[in-house]
Design a protein around this ligand. Structure first.
Ligand code: ADP
Ligand code: MG
Length: 352
């Protein structure tokens, strides 16, 4: 098959997204939801994705799992998934270009919920209201791991215990509506982890929860990552959560990654004017690195442009306080490695 080949050695790279473009073709025009995203997630590492609502975080995630449906379409780029067989038959990664596989085919169905899982923002949408928690988790286990019903049930109770669900033997036979919001999100996480994925995508998983429950879920996810060694792509608009969860971070603006580095570097040496604006909107920014902080992105001056418009030059230029006229509004901006491992997409760091 053309989309597959094998790497010579085991790699720490889990997913490598290159120049990904996912567009929505509407009667009103084309929405460039993801417009040239470059991103790498490594094994065992949490990559935080942060940016205002509508910047393309979820559509990037859905593109990986091939959950974008018409009028949305991946129109360009690659999503290389480095798949190491779970059965231990080989330690070599098979590289699969998820951008090129059939979205309904066997390759993606074997990966989705098995090698790569997602936890959505709203736990109620992730679970069926008419089936018990246990039935839903068992279904995933039976689908991907060839075990009988009795074993699947034992595995389900075990995974519920792992997400620190109190009384897992009872919860397994309960319906989602019988659980509190926090317990429901634990059940959804249990479902996502039931097949021990190599990549967990968490799309704003705590946004619907109160602060105390959020703190518990974040702690749980850190513990489970340590236990299972999975890579996490953690999507949020909350920089406090990024400070607490991520080792690496990518800042998105209008369908692109505009800055990417490790989390400490981003908080202490932000380079992109957009990132700087996001950070100054948080008063106790540096404290957020050491203690939990509830901080939302404040609104930055100016409006997010019309989604159908394609801006010349840097897409942030209409809102940028240090815009260079004739450059930022004219010249396409490339990715620059401004410091080792610190990527920024801004003309301040190019020779124009
Ligand atoms: N089904 C859809 N149809 C049309 N446009 C969409 C659809 N889903 C998302 N978009 C658009 O794609 C852009 C990115 O959306 P999304 O990835 O959901 O943003 P985020 O998760 O960062 O808040 C937005 O402009 C949004 O309006
Ligand atoms: Mg979203």
């Amino acid at each position: 098959m053309p989309e597959q080949h094998t790497t010579p050695q085991n790699s720490s790279v889990l997913v490598e997204i290159k120049d990904l473009r996912t567009y929505f073709f509407l009667a009103e025009g084309v929405v460039r939801a993801v417009d040239g995203v470059n991103l790498t997630v490594n094994r065992g590492v949490t990559m935080g994705i942060v940016g205002e609502s509508g910047c393309g975080k979820s559509i990037t995630a859905y593109s990986i799992l091939r959950l974008v449906s018409p009028p949305g379409k991946i129109v360009g780029g690659d999503i290389f998934f480095y798949k190491v067989p779970k059965d231990g038959s080989s330690s070599q990664a098979e590289v699969i270009n998820l951008a090129k596989v059939d979205p309904n085919g066997e390759t993606i169905r074997n990966i989705r919920g098995n090698y790569i899982s997602i936890v959505f923002q709203e736990p109620m949408t992730a679970m069926s209201p008419v089936r018990t928690v246990g039935q839903q988790i068992m279904e995933a286990i039976i689908l991907h791991q060839k075990v009988d019903k009795k074993t699947a049930r034992e595995m389900t109770i075990d995974i519920l215990a792992r997400v620190r669900m109190s009384n897992p033997e009872r919860v397994v036979d309960e319906y989602p509506f019988q659980l509190s919001g926090g317990m429901r999100q634990r059940a959804v996480i249990a479902m996502a982890l039931s097949c021990r994925p190599q990549l967990l995508i968490a799309d704003e998983p705590t946004t619907a929860l109160d602060v105390t429950t959020e703190a518990q879920i974040l702690k749980l996810m850190r513990e489970l990552q340590e236990e299972l060694g999975m890579g996490i792509m953690y999507i949020t608009h909350n920089l406090g959560v990024i400070a607490e969860m991520a080792q690496e971070v990518a800042v998105m603006y209008l369908g692109r990654v505009v800055e990417k580095t490790d989390v400490k570097e981003l908080f202490f040496h932000p380079l992109h004017p957009y990132t700087q604006a996001l950070l100054t909107s948080i008063p106790q920014l540096r404290d957020a690195l050491t203690r939990q902080e509830k901080s939302r992105l404040n609104v930055i001056k100016g409006m997010v442009p019309d989604p159908y418009a394609r801006l010349k030059g840097c897409p942030f230029h209409p809102r940028c306080p240090v815009m260079i006229s004739g450059v930022c509004d004219e010249v396409e901006v490339p990715e620059i490695e401004a410091a080792p491992g610190h990527m920024v997409r801004c003309h301040l760091y190019t020779s124009h």
